[in-house]
Design a protein around this ligand. Sequence first.
Ligand SMILES: [Zn+2]
Length: 158
Amino acid sequence: MRHPTPTTTDETAPFWQGAGEGALVLPRCTGCGRWRWPVASACPGCGAPLHWAPASGLGTVLTFTVVHRAASDALAADVPYVVALVALDEGVRLLSNVVGCAPSEVSAGRRVRVAFEPAEHSGIMVPVFVVCEPAGPTRCAEDGATYVTYHRLEPHER
Ligand SMILES: [Zn+2]
């Protein structure tokens, strides 16, 4: 689906850089090890600094809505589309889209994995999610759309 160009800041630059490399990169506490989202200057739990680390990209649809009336003219051609709150396996939640299947195939509890689609004009890669059948990263729905294949960036690659 189409995506408006996201607003990027110095604070969120690693998130967008990771997306451009096909990885979901999120802040993780250097003290307690918990994943944190949205990014903060320090861990809200223990106060230790955060660092950016690759997440699994796997999660579960917590709740979702099917949009039939586009929020802007730019998205009009994409209705109906799914906006979902995804609970990542790392314990944080992302508001995103589930793409690559009919909205009727999306349900709460459905396993999803991250994929990436380019924003219009800027080409900045935007994380979206596709459903997994039935769970796990290797048996996901493929529809030939412009996804970048997800791969996990290991620390030595960064
Ligand atoms: Zn912490």
